[in-house]
Design a binder for this molecule. Structure first.
Ligand code: ADP
Ligand code: MG
Ligand code: ZN
Length: 633
């Protein structure tokens, strides 16, 4: 098991112990109750245990002899007090009265008539067990309420508890082992970089943060402004939370974690109070890491949702910003936040001095997946015919969480099949389960589809590489990302404020490179180019209608964009004639056709290089700039 699971277990430990105590109390209460309710008759005899029918004749003879001073009746128990002070206790049948019983047994009627008989209510007895039972139950309820109110919010299901609303209840995992080790007996082994496989780039960027947490003086002495916030962006399950924990683990500092989505449903003001409290505690325990999970839940762009501003969200976000701005140069607290929607974040969050470091976590490629599988199969008995690399190759699109799940499911299957090793079949079945399950987002492509995607992306890259005005290709990948099945990333060299017509034309050619490769290699085209075509069309339209790049249509612009920043585009006002519209359409078509022909020409000429690149993509899934340029040379 990996150590992330250990820490989860630790987080649950406190409520578990509580549960046991509650169960013990409940059992005690139940026993007391049973004792109280069931043998009621015996209870009433408790003053004298020797009550039985056998002593009845003794009472009778004592009555006959006139030796009985008083007779007490408590339910079915008779207690005769003799003149000498001694007592005889006996038990009668319940459906017959005491006097009658004695009469039947031969006690003289006149003696009985003179006998003072005291009837006592059996329930009037002092009953210690009953009171104990009541006490136990009251105690139990109090205890449960008390405990419940102290349970961390994160263990959801307990609802809000109002007495405690403003406190942040962060989940703290302390990694400081050496300090007062006694009270930390239940500490999980800290998560370290060893538990995070792949993600080398991200780790590299976080090294500095760790160094700072360990030795802040080194930085402060030189007057360096310490980074405050690190934003970790990436699809769900790629290890953002894990990596944040690992940073705290590597630095050996406490880790405070809180989730943005917790704030969304709260009352106005509560979120802000919690944030304040959380930061206060972190500062007290500095150096520390504060982790705000799912920050997009509170950090959405303000004003983006028309009118209905969410006050709570806004106040919570503001409080986070206020806290971060309030850090002085020697505040040794690093705020790490995670999101899978960096695009919708409020720009105020990303300003310098706030979350100005950005660490990107991508879906892992083959090597990354292999490394992650290594981590999660550590200490698990695998059948000798299993190759981790093969497993990695079979799982394109899987993120770390999926891979962990895969190994776990396979282990569960093996256990249920009473095997002592996890075999190939178990992995296969586990894979089917996971792929069929609803949670996964990555796509699994057939071999043919993978090949098409590889050639498509290779097409973009090769075409771009052979264009004069195109930016150099930075990275090509066939790992699906959101809607796209693959991507080719050009790296703009410096900002450009003026772009030439040729640059526009080349960009369109590059966009059409994917479709061109598909057509030439497979003689068959797919829907994979839909997004490329859309973008190419937009560019072509802009060339014609905005920038006056078309010789046929001249310098005038066409259409007027109407809209406002809050409401978005309201569409276009058409300020040209129907014939003009047709000419525009022709012109756009002409631009696209010319560009497509150029793209196809390049693909035909460069076909060998294209194939080499597609092969590399099929094998490694991602190809970075140096490898790419070597292939093109
Ligand atoms: P996120 O916060 O990005 O949604 P998590 O950090 O919660 O993802 O990751 C979920 C689980 O997936 C982790 O607990 C870990 O077991 C596994 N995991 C994810 N990425 C990695 C990785 N790079 N190396 C090892 N395990 C990983
Ligand atoms: Mg997470
Ligand atoms: Zn494309």
């Amino acid at each position: 098991m990996n150590s992330d699971n250990h820490s989860k277990r630790k987080e649950r430990r406190l409520p578990k112990r509580t549960l046991w105590m509650a169960i013990a109390l409940a059992v005690v209460g139940l026993i007391a109750l049973l004792y109280y309710f069931l043998p009621k008759d015996e209870q009433s005899a408790s003053p004298n245990q020797a009550a039985s029918a056998a002593t009845l004749p003794k009472i009778v003879s004592a009555v006959a002899a006139g030796e009985v001073k008083t007779l007490a009746v408590r339910g079915d128990v008779l207690v005769a007090t003799k003149t000498d002070g001694s007592k005889i206790t006996a038990r009668k049948e319940s459906n017959i009265s005491a006097v009658e019983t004695l009469k039947i047994l031969g006690a003289p009627a006149d003696a009985l008539a003179e006998l003072p008989i005291v009837i006592e209510e059996p329930t009037a007895n002092f009953n210690p067990t009953g009171i104990l039972a009541v006490l136990a139950i009251v105690g139990l309820i109090t205890f449960l309420i008390f405990r419940n109110s102290r349970q961390p919010q994160g263990q959801s299901g307990s609802g809000y508890n109002f007495s405690n609303m403003g406190r942040s209840n962060p989940r703290v995992i302390s990694n400081a082992h050496d300090k007062d080790s006694k009270s930390k007996t239940f500490l999980p082994p800290p998560v370290t970089f060893r538990d995070v496989a792949g993600a080398d780039q991200a780790k590299l960027e976080l090294l500095e943060i760790i160094e700072f947490l360990k030795e802040p003086d080194k930085f402060v002495k030189l007057g360096a402004r310490i980074p405050k916030g690190v934003l970790m962006a990436g699809p769900p399950g790629t290890g953002k939370t894990l990596l944040a924990k690992a940073v705290a683990g590597e630095a050996g500092v406490p880790f405070f974690s809180i989730s943005g989505s917790e704030f969304v449903e709260m009352f106005v003001g509560v979120g802000a109070a919690r944030v304040r409290d959380l930061f206060k505690r972190a500062r007290e325990q500095a150096p520390a890491v504060v982790f705000v999970d799912e920050i997009d839940a509170v950090g959405r762009q303000r004003g983006a949702s028309m009118g209905s501003g969410n006050d709570e969200r806004e106040q919570t976000l503001n409080q986070i910003l206020v806290e971060m701005d309030g850090f002085t140069t020697d505040t040794n607290v690093i705020v790490m936040a995670s999101t899978n929607r960096p695009d919708i974040l409020d720009p105020a969050l990303l300003r310098p001095g706030r979350f100005d470091r950005k660490v990107i976590l991508d879906r892992p490629d083959v090597q990354g997946r292999e490394a992650i599988l290594e981590v999660h199969t550590r200490g698990k008995p695998l059948a000798p015919d299993i190759s981790i690399l093969d497993l990695a190759k079979l799982t394109p699109g899987f993120v770390g969480a999926d891979l962990e799940n895969l190994v776990n499911e396979a282990a569960i299957l093996a256990a249920r099949r009473n095997l002592n090793m996890i075999g190939r079949l178990e992995f296969q079945d586990a894979m089917e389960r996971i792929v069929a399950g609803p949670e996964r987002q990555g796509k699994i492509l057939s071999d043919y589809e993978r090949k098409v995607v590889a050639y498509h992306e290779a097409g973009h890259a090769v075409v771009m590489h052979n264009l004069e005005h195109s930016d150099p290709v930075h990275k090509i990948s066939i790992i699906s990302r959101g809607m796209a099945l693959g991507y080719t990333m050009p790296l703009p060299e410096g900002d450009k404020y003026l772009r030439s017509r040729e640059a526009f034309e080349d960009e369109i050619v590059g966009l059409l490179g994917g479709r061109a490769a598909e057509e030439i290699i497979f003689k068959r085209i797919t829907t994979g180019a839909a997004n490329d075509l859309e973008r190419a069309t937009k560019l072509a339209r802009a060339m014609v209608t905005r920038f006056g790049f078309s010789p046929t249509l001249g310098l005038r612009t066409f259409g007027e964009e109407q809209g406002n920043p809050y409401l978005g585009s309201l569409g276009e006002i058409r300020n040209y004639s129907e014939e003009m519209a047709q000419t525009i359409d022709h012109e756009i078509r002409h631009i696209l056709d010319t560009a497509y022909q150029r793209a196809k020409d390049i693909v035909v000429i460069q076909q060998r290089k294209l194939e080499a690149l597609a092969g590399a993509l099929l094998e490694h899934e991602t190809v970075e700039r140096p490898t790419f340029e070597a292939l093109m040379a």
